[in-house]
Each structure stands twice: as structure tokens, then as C-alpha cells.
Design a protein around this ligand. Structure first.
Ligand SMILES: [Zn+2]
Length: 428
């Protein structure tokens, strides 16, 4: 098979935790099917392929596209809203903004901006919340499909403790979710996530409907929030006095399983961690959101040692950056405050192959032949500060480390989704 396009640059990927695979003068051959056809040293590439259309990135780093394991579409412009804490932030800023997605026209426009912003930040896949409105989820699926993106999302369900424009009703919310599953789940690279927002905004009836959806559609994802802040945990206790703890609330309604993703999970007890591990459920670390809202310091080692898989995510708009580079930088600082020292190799793995494995996305995460060509190109000297820092870098770990501490969307030279270049920044 003849490739459609050749990419040249330093190939860098992270197939195993803590491991960097590196081909300094590398080449990737992208097939007509949007997949990686071949990878290796440029010198070893077939001679006849040298005449093919080529994007030559010199000594820039060609890495697998970032995967964001938790983000909110209807908060795409709601970054940096100064809430006192999570619940205050939701009530004062978030719910009014999400209410605007009742308008399909608003959602259609927003979906394009949201996805193009992800791509401009080097993110090629995400597990995303939509708003409560069926039309908004529909618009987001359509926009992702048009871009060939592997997006997992779903209509949020919330039927209490929120203003009317962002509330649904238990049964109607379930029926709307069913319609969206039928229409979008498994179409192209799209998958559906059953999405009760969290225990505070869903009645027991709605959580039961969510559990029934999970049972009826075991191949769909389930996403919600868990154990993010202390006032939230106290409120859940008041609303569900019979539950053993917060995790038990979801457990009782059948929401724990291997495709269940719980954002945050900061303050979990040993019992909760053990139960999540037993159910093979995952938690998602959202460091910029946790520090911004003062929610707490997620403990990566404690979570992993309990046997619970942990993903990494921006949680925009509670999170303060779309950039997975900035997110890794913040995760590094949170870990340091817990006495844990993470390497760039660890964190780049989390943002690529690690999140891919947790989400079961088998055709992304590395630059192996056969994978979908979801690719990000990083410029290690994108800014004057980065450029000066690289003068001191002696290893690839150094270069990657400085990118995750100092980098953002300016370091994204190009992004490919399913073999197509959807973002490109001219070289300096
Ligand atoms: Zn969230």
C-alpha cells in the first residue's frame, strides 16, 4: 500500500508507564485510511516514498495526540469564574451558562469552537460532558463526526438542585439518552457516555434510570463526579443518609463498572477505593480544577496502590486550561505537595497511552503502525522562555519536562485527527 503522506521529525511515544520510545530522525507514513502505515527511521524508509507529499517538522517532536478524560463542552468559555468552592461555582456561574445550550443554534456554534479549541491544544480525543439538552449533545456528536474524532460524550442528566433551564426529568432524561445512544453510539469513532452529573443533582429515581441505562447498554460508558470537595460530600451524606459513603450511592444504583469514570475522587476512603478497584471503575485526576476550586490534593499513589486506574484531564471550565501540557504541569505540582515526584515520561504516558488504555481506545495512544493517525507535533522552543530553557536540556526527559511545566497551545505546532491535519502553526 502506498502512503498518502509522510511526516518527518523526532518520533516520541510512551507505550509503557515511565518509558520513552524515541526515534530521533524519524518518519511516519500515513495511509489513505487515516491510519499509521509505517514508523521508523527516515533512513530506513522505502526510497520510493521519499517523493510522496511530506510534512517535515525538523527536530520537533511528533507524539500521539493527547486524550482528555474529563471535560465539559458547555463550559467552553467558562474558564476562570471565581467561585468560592465547587457548589458556589456551579450555582453562580455554571448553571446559568449551561442553560444557554437549550438553543440548538447556540450549541451548534459552540461545538465547532469547542472541538477546534481542543485540537489547537493538541487534544485529539476526549470523554466529555455535554449539557442537559438533547440538542446540544446531538450538535457535539455531529461536529466530532465531521472531524473524524474519537469523542465519547453524552447528555447530562440532572433533575434537582439546579435551576429549570438545566433540569430534565428522570424518565424523559432516560428516553432522550436512549435516542442519542441509538443515533450516535458506535457511529464512526463516536461512543456514548451515560451521564448523570452527580448525586446532588439527580434524584434517586434518576440514578435508578441511569443504572437501568448502564445495564441495557454495557458497551456504553458511564461518567459522573465523585468526592471532589468536602461541602459536596457533606451534602451527599444529607441527601442519601442510608448510603455507606458517596461511592456507595452510585454503587446502589448499579453505576460502578469497568466503563465507569468518576471525575476527581480526591477524598475517597480506603473502603471506597477498594470497592472502585473491585468494580474496575476509574477515577480521573483534574489538577487545575482541583487547585482552582480549592477542592483538595488528589493522591495518585494512594489511588493506584489501591488498584484503581487514574486518568488525567483538564475539567474545563472548572479547570483553568485546555492544555494537557499545563494539566501535566499542575499534576506535577499537586503530586509534589503530596510528596510524590512524577517524571515527564510518567505524565506524557498518562495523557496518551495511559488514558487510551483506561478508556479502552485501542486504536490510539501510541505511534505504532496500525493505530489511527491522531498525532500532535510539539515545538520545544515555541516561546522565548522555552527556547532558552532548551539550551540547558541534556536529555529528552528534560525537554518533555520543560514542555509540561512551561508549555501550552503555543507549543502545538500541528495536530492531525484520523490522518488529516486540522491544526497548523507556521514555523518561526
Ligand atoms: Zn467535571
Amino acid at each position: 500500500m502506498t502512503p498518502k503522506r509522510i511526516l518527518r521529525g523526532q518520533l516520541v511515544d510512551f507505550p509503557m508507564e515511565g518509558q520513552i520510545r524515541h526515534e530521533e530522525k524519524g518518519a511516519l507514513a500515513l495511509g489513505k485510511d487515516g491510519r499509521i502505515l509505517w514508523r521508523g527511521a527516515f533512513a530506513k524508509m522505502k526510497r520510493e516514498w521519499r517523493e510522496l507529499p511530506t510534512d517535515d517538522y525538523g527536530d520537533h517532536l511528533i507524539i500521539p495526540g493527547f486524550i482528555d478524560a474529563h471535560i465539559h463542552f458547555p463550559q467552553y468559555r467558562l474558564l476562570a469564574a471565581p467561585g468560592k468552592d465547587l457548589l458556589d461555582w456551579l450555582n453562580r456561574f455554571t448553571f446559568p451558562e449551561e442553560g444557554r445550550y437549550a438553543s440548538k443554534a447556540h450549541a451548534v456554534k459552540a461545538a465547532d469552537i469547542f472541538l477546534d479549541t481542543l485540537i489547537a491544544h493538541g487534544t485529539t480525543s476526549a470523554l466529555a460532558f455535554s449539557s442537559v439538552h438533547e440538542g446540544a449533545a446531538d450538535a457535539l456528536f455531529a461536529a466530532a463526526h465531521a472531524r473524524g474524532m474519537a469523542l465519547i460524550t453524552g447528555k447530562t442528566m440532572m433533575d434537582r438542585n439546579a435551576p429549570e433551564p438545566v433540569r430534565d426529568e428522570a424518565e424523559a432524561g432516560g428516553i432522550a439518552s436512549e435516542r442519542l445512544i441509538k443515533k450516535w453510539h458506535g457511529l464512526g469513532r463516536l461512543q456514548y457516555a451515560i451521564t448523570p452529573r452527580f448525586a446532588i443533582t439527580s434524584t434517586p429515581e434518576q440514578l435508578a434510570v441511569s443504572g437501568a441505562l448502564v445495564k441495557a447498554h454495557p458497551d456504553c460508558f458511564m461518567q459522573t463526579h465523585l468526592s471532589e470537595s468536602h461541602p459536596e460530600i457533606e451534602t451527599v451524606k444529607r441527601l442519601f443518609p442510608k448510603a455507606k459513603d458517596y461511592t456507595d450511592v452510585y454503587d446502589k444504583f448499579g453505576l460502578l463498572g469497568p466503563k465507569s469514570f468518576f471525575a476527581h475522587g480526591i477524598h475517597l476512603s480506603p473502603r471506597e477505593l477498594a470497592r472502585l478497584a473491585e468494580a474496575k471503575s476509574k477515577v480521573v485526576h483534574c489538577p487545575t480544577s482541583n487547585t482552582f476550586l480549592g477542592s483538595g490534593l488528589f493522591h495518585l499513589t494512594r489511588t493506584r496502590e489501591a488498584g484503581v486506574g487514574a486518568g488525567l484531564a483538564t475539567d474545563v471550565g472548572g479547570g483553568t486550561s485546555y492544555s494537557m501540557l499545563a494539566t501535566m504541569g499542575e499534576a506535577y505540582k499537586v503530586a509534589m505537595l503530596n510528596g510524590i515526584k512524577l517524571t515527564a515520561a510518567h505524565e506524557f504516558h498518562m495523557s496518551t497511552q495511559g488514558n487510551a488504555e483506561l478508556l479502552g481506545l485501542k486504536d490510539v495512544g501510541t505511534l505504532d503502525a496500525g493505530k489511527c493517525a491522531d498525532i500532535t507535533v510539539l515545538d520545544p522552543e515555541a516561546t522565548p522562555v522555552l527556547a532558552r530553557r532548551q539550551a540547558l536540556s541534556t536529555t529528552l526527559e528534560d525537554v518533555l519536562f520543560s514542555l509540561m511545566i512551561l508549555g501550552d497551545d503555543r507549543a502545538i505546532r500541528a495536530t492531525y485527527v484520523h490522518g488529516k491535519r486540522l491544526h497548523h502553526r507556521k514555523s518561526k
